[in-house]
Design a protein around this ligand. Structure first.
Ligand code: GLU
Length: 283
């Protein structure tokens, strides 16, 4: 018998949940229930420009209608910027962050100039422009109050850890982490002091999540998350990335695909059991 798992479902309130979300949520919920563990719900709303309270309310309604129950209080990322600041301060104190003043357009122009820009899972990697700034230049621009993001100096970070890192992917065994996959990622955006990667690692640790169930689209991110866990000295959960649900044409389900929204299926008269079945979890 597996140990009791602490699992979580961590949606962003930027649209209505669809069948793919129902699959993720049920995967976490059932893994917790089958092991006598705990299931948590976390609202990933750090992107204040895109998150909407009405979507958050809809998430609660849809999940409850589907038959899920979760522990209260629900952690809402927008209420925990201090936790992310503390993690950033720790990385900064270790000399692993640098301010990046580049705009998106400047980065694109720099990449276009490069003969062969290295690619990551999300596109071309940051070319490292601001990593090369002198200390004086950096200080001058900071003193002028220029808007900036904070990036992880991934080469330094790896050097600091010094040894290979692995994570446990269920059904695959230990996976060797390749944390440089995303290059020098942004850990604090210009507009708010966190990023998805930072917040998810901090929160999974603070919430003692022991099994992360999520879509395989986030599998590459786990390589970076493993490095952040090592740098922040937090426990490493196990991972279970699941295949993404696809529509009849084989396309990934997306929030914009309103017809697959759980509330739409509900409005059409489907029962929770039928929606669970369509999400891949027959009772
Ligand atoms: N908030 C992320 C999303 O909605 C999921 C994060 C995770 O499960 O690690 O795609």
């Amino acid at each position: 018998m597996a140990p009791p798992h602490v699992t979580r479902f961590a949606p962003s309130p930027t649209g209505h949940l669809h069948l793919g979300h129902a699959h993720s949520a049920l995967a976490g919920f059932r893994a917790a229930r089958e092991t006598g563990g705990r299931f948590l719900l976390r609202i990933e709303d750090i992107d204040l420009g895109r998150a909407r309270p009405e979507y958050e309310t809809a998430i609660f309604e849809d999940l409850a209608w589907l038959g899920l129950a979760w522990e209260e209080p629900v952690r809402r990322q927008s209420e925990h910027f201090d936790d992310y600041r503390a993690a950033l301060a720790r990385l900064a104190a270790a000399g692993l962050l640098y301010p990046c003043f580049c705009t998106r357009a400047e980065i694109q122009a720099e990449i276009a100039r490069a003969p062969s820009a290295p690619q990551g899972p999300d596109g071309p990697l940051y070319p490292g422009t601001c990593r090369a700034l002198t200390g004086d230049e950096r200080d001058r621009r900071l003193a002028r109050g220029e808007p900036h993001a904070l990036r992880l100096d991934v080469a330094r970070a790896r050097a600091r850890i010094g040894s290979d890192l692995t994570f446990e992917e269920e059904g695959r065994g230990p996976v060797l982490a390749r944390p440089a996959l995303f290059g020098d990622v942004v850990l604090a955006r210009r507009d708010f002091p966190a990023s998805y990667h930072l917040a998810v690692v901090v929160d999974d640790a603070l919430q003692a999540v022991s099994l992360v169930t999520r879509g395989e689209d986030l599998f590459p991110a786990t390589h970076l998350h493993r490095l952040l866990q090592a740098l922040l000295d937090v426990p490493v959960p196990r991972y279970r990335h699941h295949a993404l649900l696809r529509d009849d044409a084989g396309r990934r389900l997306a929030k914009r695909d309103g017809a697959r929204a759980i509330r739409e299926l509900r409005r059409l008269g489907l029962s929770p059991a039928e929606v669970r079945r369509r999400a891949g979890f027959p009772d």
